[in-house]
Design a protein around this ligand. Structure first.
Ligand code: SF4
Length: 323
């Protein structure tokens, strides 16, 4: 949401390892692929108080540390969580399942309920990982958290992912009803662009198929075009988005990184756009055209950047936070 991203908060991008910038898009430096590292790390707690980009949400929830999707534009690789946990590894090359997190979550939700704060609690899962990356198949920590959330439901849960694996848990999302939104990332309808910029992520067709399944299962669906990558045409992509979601948020590197694109400038993205001849990565023209087109047709169900992402939470919490 970086603030160029669904796993929000590009606002905190910051520093990027030079090796990552050079890895795939510069010929002058050898590319390395460290071995994937998976290691259980017992969770000391579950819910984290929010701030910054996620204004309106009271808490975030991260079943994993690290993310196997390893998107080049991901803001998390610039955060302290990555620098403390990486142990020499690149972003995308390690995942630490936070074992016991569901039990911690149950206790914390019960405490919020006792304090009379549960109805004003808005949880974003997740802001620094994808809760449905591949390891979730085996570890099922996200599913265990959802089970806890159905027992003690908060005012709002937003599940942020780009993975078709989320369909496994539609039974639990459905049980949360109007308290739950699935926010699903589709940055483009062009699978060549997806393959070039986020090669480890699920194909575009799979993602639209998952959105369709979610709509059929009567789950509330937000399509997150975040960050907006080069796409076909406004008419074509816009029509797909409207047909596959209840609301749409459009975001860009420049609006979403919290520093007018300066943080994104330190990532692999500028080199990637140049190498792939994708135009000016700073330009918001195509994204703005898409947003305007959507807004004309679905009104306030189309959102832009931070305001678009936090609209749902503000409906539950106002600007208040609770703990
Ligand atoms: S899917 Fe993972 S790597 Fe990609 S933006 Fe989200 S948290 Fe970052």
């Amino acid at each position: 949401m970086l603030l160029v991203h669904p796993h929000l908060g590009n606002g905190i991008l910051g520093w990027y390892p030079r090796r990552l910038i050079l890895n795939r898009f510069a010929m002058s430096e050898p590319s390395t692929t460290p071995q994937f590292h998976l290691e259980a790390r017992p969770a000391s707690g579950a819910l984290t108080r929010t701030g910054g980009f996620l204004t309106g949400f009271t808490h975030t929830l991260q079943p994993y540390i690290g993310c196997r999707f390893g998107c080049d534009y991901c803001y998390v690789q610039g955060l302290s969580v990555h620098h403390f946990q990486r142990n020499g590894r690149a972003w995308g090359d390690y995942v630490y399942p936070r074992t016991g997190i569901a039990e911690k979550l149950s206790a914390e939700l019960a405490r919020l309920e006792r304090r009379g704060q549960l109805a004003q609690t808005a949880i974003f899962m997740s802001s620094t990982t994808d809760p449905y990356q591949g390891v979730e198949r085996r570890w099922a920590l996200t599913r265990a958290c959802l089970e806890a959330l159905t027992v003690c439901p908060p005012g709002l849960l937003v599940v942020q992912t780009r993975s078709p694996l989320v369909a496994r848990d539609f039974d639990l999302l459905g049980r949360l009803g109007e308290r739950c939104w699935l926010s699903f990332t589709v940055e483009t309808d062009n699978d060549d662009v997806r393959r070039q910029l986020t090669p480890n992520c699920p194909a575009v067709a799979q993602r639209f198929d998952t959105l369709r399944q979610a709509m059929d299962a009567e789950i509330q669906v937000q399509a997150a075009v975040s960050p907006c990558l080069p796409f076909s045409t406004v008419d074509q992509f816009g029509a797909l988005l409207i047909a596959h979601s209840h609301r749409v948020v459009v975001d860009t590197y420049a609006s979403g990184d919290g520093n007018l694109g300066r943080r994104t400038a330190k990532t692999a993205i500028p080199a990637a756009y140049a190498a792939l001849d994708l135009g000016d990565w700073r330009s918001e023209e195509q994204a703005r055209s898409l947003y305007d087109w959507l807004h004309e047709r679905i009104g306030d169900r189309a959102g832009w950047s931070q305001d678009g992402f936090t609209t749902l939470a503000r409906q539950v919490t106002g600007d208040a936070t609770c703990g």
